[in-house]
Design a protein around this ligand. Structure first.
Ligand SMILES: [Zn+2]
Length: 202
């Protein structure tokens, strides 16, 4: 069965518009039908560390509070038959500046609109995933949407929901104090915390 056939079958059962392309409603149904029964009764402990070494290396750059969620996402995706790795975690301000220069003062294509201190990646609260089929990295795949649903279920924010720049590989854990804040306001307070030496999630 191809992915499109699975999606079509699920949409038929749900009685929603059948187009073989899964939106959040279909993915959420797939998740409830396929993943939750698999996890029930065998909820893995939050401290599980048996993810691949590349993911683990990136996970260890993240804030402590984010690490178990990143690991859980790798496991949940695997339980749903989707291979993912955490391919990016913390970026220092300097690394962010270098990325910002790309496509501007440095060669390459533009990859970010954020200078150092203006990306959630600069604070260890955000990570990016890659979908893999075997050893092959898939830059684009409908599976990113499925993983987005799994991540939101863990309480993560998913870049696929962003209105301005849709960023399906991106996940972040918003600090409780930033609950009602706009992204820009949260980033300003995060920079303040780094400058003051205040922990991000305190
Ligand atoms: Zn990202």
């Amino acid at each position: 069965m191809t992915l499109e056939e699975i999606v079509t079958a699920v949409q038929r059962v749900l009685g929603i518009h059948i187009d073989g392309k899964a939106g959040p409603e279909t993915w959420s149904a797939i998740y409830k039908a396929v993943v939750i029964p698999t996890l029930t009764g065998s909820q893995a402990p939050p401290e599980m560390t048996d993810v691949d070494t590349r993911s683990e290396k990136n996970i260890l750059t993240l804030q402590e509070e984010v690490r178990p969620l990143a690991r859980a996402l790798v496991h949940k995706a695997a339980a749903a038959g989707i291979g993912i790795k955490i391919i990016s975690g913390l970026r220092t301000y300097e690394e962010q500046d270098a990325l910002y220069a790309q496509g501007r003062s440095a060669p390459g294509k533009t990859v970010t609109n954020a200078k150092g201190g203006y990306s959630n990646h600069n604070f260890g609260i955000a990570f990016d995933i890659g979908v893999f089929e075997g050893n092959k990295y898939m830059e684009e795949s409908p599976k990113y949407k499925a993983v987005g649903v799994l991540g939101m279920d863990l309480g993560l924010e998913w870049g696929g929901n962003w209105k301005t720049i849709v960023d399906e590989p991106h996940f972040q854990l918003r600090p409780a104090w930033a609950g009602g804040l706009k992204e820009k306001e949260m980033l300003a307070l995060l920079r303040q915390r780094v400058a003051d030496g205040t922990p991000v999630y305190a």
